[in-house]
Design a protein around this ligand. Structure first.
Ligand SMILES: *Cc1c(COP(=O)(O)O)cnc(C)c1O
Length: 414
């Protein structure tokens, strides 16, 4: 916490000393706190040259910009420094000059959530907690359980009744105590909150924990550094709760403040058409109206996003845009992204690529632009959707009679 200056409430602007504080004491649960640093001191330390000499190839290479102690134990699992891969065939397909994919499905438990969970377990250890808890249906939970296992903490995960089986299984493998609440996500969330208060567990919850978004911002820091400090024109990020898109934007803002970059990308926030309350708020300029989410992209199926305001402000500040894509477009994007790049994205991640396609088709993104799509989760997380997208293998009798016909149909033989 060497460089942390204060925690500032996003609602009332009140500034607090960085202690074990989660939300603003004046505004209550809605008063989300934002971590502020001493950027002048950091700028002296975090120069381009200093960074290029660092051998730490993970999000911890930006330690000065993270709210952890200089000697705090960090998980041994990989978090961050995911590959940024040039995708020329995909770029042609999208009608954009240059496209990169930042593959965060390559984090230890398969999603970008590892960046936040890695930070959560560090903070839990700093506060001498032995148990970390989380309410989630998906990637936040599995990354919390995995990172906890890596640092020797127990994890307690509250999942709603309809949580997908593969993700629940991942939790059990990581040794989490998994509690399936016979009810909605909201009810699971409340139970988790109460349990944390009662037994003093560490709460891994983006809505109230100001430190988690600091992990997510490293995706933005890395994009800039991996592109030799020349940010792209656009960065496409899928949006559920809004924490990721706000985090990525915060990363770029800090780099500008530190003088490490001299121009900013525009942010394309992408929601699924069946779960797009943030896009609606962005367009209307009014307060968010909760909706009943309906989309195959379960990781961004959020009807009552808690970070909507931060997300709207981030996209607006960047001069960017919010866009919606249908489930059809998402499934299609899973297929052509896999075929044209070899990267397997879960639906919520493929949504970012589908968003780029739509934005290019609508003329929102120029054909001469450079764009990065953040692949937030690995496709193996949701095999059911992948199967819907990719179809079935060709069934063949063992005598090989149908082989030539099939190969001809596929254009593999003359
Ligand atoms: C959580 C998640 C998102 C969206 O992040 P928010 O902070 O909820 O907006 C996108 N894609 C995947 C795969 C995720 O797990």
């Amino acid at each position: 916490m060497e460089f942390v200056e204060s925690l500032v409430c996003v609602l009332c602007g009140g500034a607090y000393a960085p202690r074990a504080l989660f939300t603003c004491p004046r505004c209550g649960i809605r008063g989300i706190l934002d971590v502020r640093y001493d950027y002048r001191a950091i700028a002296r330390r975090l120069t381009r040259r200093a960074l290029s000499a660092r051998r730490e190839l993970s999000q911890w290479r930006y330690r000065e910009l993270l709210p952890i102690g200089p000697h705090s134990a960090i998980p041994l699992l990989q978090a961050g420094w995911s590959p940024l891969t040039l995708a020329p065939a995909l770029a042609r397909h999208l009608g954009i000059r240059k496209v990169y994919l930042k593959d965060d499905g390559r984090n230890a438990t398969g999603s970008l959530k590892d960046r936040a969970s890695a930070l959560a377990v560090v903070k839990a250890r700093e506060h001498h907690k032995k148990i970390i808890a989380c309410a989630s249906t998906g990637n936040a939970a599995s990354s919390c359980a995995g990172m906890a296992a890596s640092l020797g903490l127990r994890s307690v995960i509250f999942v709603p009744e309809r949580a997908p089986e593969p993700k629940v299984t991942q939790l059990l493998v990581f040794g989490a105590a998994v509690l399936r609440v016979r009810g909605s996500y909201e009810q699971a969330f409340q139970l988790c909150q109460q349990a944390c208060e009662r037994w003093g567990w560490y709460n891994r919850n983006c809505a109230i924990n100001p430190y988690l978004v600091e992990g997510k911002k490293t995706a933005g820091l890395e994009i800039a550094e991996q592109l030799a400090w020349e940010p792209p024109d656009w960065v496409a990020v899928s949006v559920g709760d809004g924490c990721t898109v706000a985090g990525v934007w915060k990363g770029f803002r800090e780099l500008l403040e530190l003088g490490l970059i001299s121009r900013m990308p525009r942010i394309l926030g992408v929601q699924a058409a069946g779960a797009a309350p943030i896009t609606a708020a962005f367009r209307s300029g009014e307060a968010l109206q909760p909706i009943e989410p309906r989309t195959i992209a379960d990781s961004i199926a959020v009807g009552v996003p808690r970070n909507w305001k931060k997300a709207v402000v981030a996209v607006r500040e960047s001069g960017g845009a919010m866009i919606d894509v249908t489930d059809e477009e998402i499934l299609e994007a899973m297929r052509y992204t896999g075929r044209l790049t070899g990267i397997f994205a879960e639906p919520a991640a493929a949504a970012a690529v589908a968003g780029l396609r739509r934005a290019a088709a609508e003329g929102l993104i120029s054909q001469r632009a450079t764009a990065v799509a953040l692949i937030t989760g690995n496709g193996l997380k949701d095999i059911q959707s992948a199967r819907t997208a990719a179809g079935r293998p060709y069934e063949l009798a063992p005598d090989g009679r149908e082989l030539e016909g099939f190969l001809q149909e596929q254009g593999l033989v003359p």
